[in-house]
Design a protein around this ligand. Structure first.
Ligand code: F6P
Length: 375
């Protein structure tokens, strides 16, 4: 790499860009690959002659003064393989309903964000986030801010893209955890219940369950009947397999029952799911007669280095987002529709969740192999 590129000089032969200053921010829960997107935006933007400004802690960087910094290629060297986000993030930072308690409820800081966007002389804003952050991005686009979205979440539940970065890394970690639980489950002839994240979608549970060779996979899209789960465990026992692995998505619920919630939604924060692993373990033990333990993988699924798959996807997303900025294609989100990274209008994305289709071939494959889905 030449010193010119490191200093953010335009590549030889490139013309002055239509947008000279691009803002970038990361919002919502972190996911492995956020830094890889930031790096791609900074390098691709700099190589096209754009200056990149990093905004800190999601939209807080446009609310509070001095919460931004210039990002040069030198600043992003070495971050490709690092989890988290160098810009920081928050999932309580909706500028349209900012969580500051006043007698009138939450505050609307959106006008301040628009003002700050212009004060910083930004020509475009690349917003890297999940459904909540992308919905905010869409609102700002409607207020005239030139926005490009990049879909991020370990949950893989954003519509119009077959994959979000972070998902593969989370599945890899969960699979390794299930592998480790296999040996202790087998040694003690126990049932091990593993609760994984995913909110209202079962992608992480389904993929890690299949990859880890689980005997039971419970996902939100297929409400479960615990007697069916117990039957499967007892059938394994009868065949001499004296242990079982049950993977439960945090959003899974029994037939006719409700999702387990540890904290209800409050101003600015969505409801927090959790507890289903413990419930399933507690209810299974008396009906199977088998000692049962549970493990909640929690935020470990969001930590650590991104997998090579996520690094490539994140890099493609970041580079494509810069292309959209320079083409003036705003109000769009980059999306993976194999084999290409395409642009889809944000209005087609917001307010929708991509669930696992119940006739998905991976579900049929699981059933074909005798994995119990709890129905
Ligand atoms: O959306 C990503 C995610 O990790 C979900 O899988 C999980 O339900 C949620 O975020 C947890 O959020 P928090 O970081 O607020 O606990």
């Amino acid at each position: 790499m030449t010193a010119g590129i490191l200093a953010g000089m335009p590549l030889p032969g490139s013309n002055a860009p239509a947008v000279e200053r691009i803002g970038v921010l990361t919002g919502g829960g972190d996911a492995p690959g956020l830094n890889a997107v930031i790096r791609a935006v900074v390098k691709a933007g700099s190589n096209r002659g754009c200056e990149v400004i990093g905004l800190e802690d999601s939209f807080d960087g446009l609310i509070e003064p001095d919460r931004w910094r210039k990002l040069t290629p030198r600043d992003v060297t070495g971050i490709l393989r690092i989890g988290g986000t160098i810009l920081g993030t928050t999932n309580r930072g909706n500028p349209f309903a900012y969580p500051i308690e006043t007698s009138d409820g939450t505050r609307d800081y959106s006008a301040r964000c628009v003002e700050m966007f212009h004060e910083l002389k930004l020509g475009a804003l690349i917003v890297i986030g999940g459904d909540g952050t992308l919905a905010i991005a869409h609102q700002f686009h409607q207020r005239g801010i030139p926005i490009v979205g990049v879909p991020k979440t370990i949950d893989n539940d954003i519509v119009e893209t077959t994959n979000t970065f972070g998902f593969d890394s989370a599945v890899s970690f969960a699979t390794e955890a299930i592998d480790r639980l296999h040996s202790t489950a087998e040694a003690h002839h126990r049932v091990m219940v593993v609760e994984v994240m995913g909110r209202y979608a079962g992608w992480i549970a389904l993929y890690s369950g299949i990859a880890g060779g689980a005997d039971v996979i419970l996902i939100p899209e297929v409400p479960f009947d615990l007697t069916k789960v117990a039957e499967r465990i007892k059938a394994r026992e009868a065949l001499g397999a004296r242990f079982s692995i049950v993977v439960v998505a945090e959003g899974a619920k029994p037939v006719g029952g409700t999702t387990s919630v540890v904290r209800a939604a409050t101003g600015g924060a969505v409801e927090k799911l959790g507890g289903i692993g413990a419930r399933v373990a507690m209810d299974l033990e008396p009906v199977t007669g088998k000692e049962t333990r549970y493990v909640v993988l929690g935020h470990l699924q969001r930590g650590g280095a991104p997998t090579s798959y996520d690094r490539v996807l994140a890099t493609r997303f970041g580079a494509r987002a810069v292309e959209l900025v320079l083409d003036g294609q705003f109000g769009h989100m980059v999306a993976f529709q194999p084999p290409n990274i395409v642009a889809v209008p944000l209005e087609r994305v917001v307010g929708r969740t991509r669930n696992v289709p119940v006739d998905f071939d991976a579900i049929r494959a699981a059933r074909a192999l005798g994995i119990c889905l709890g129905d």
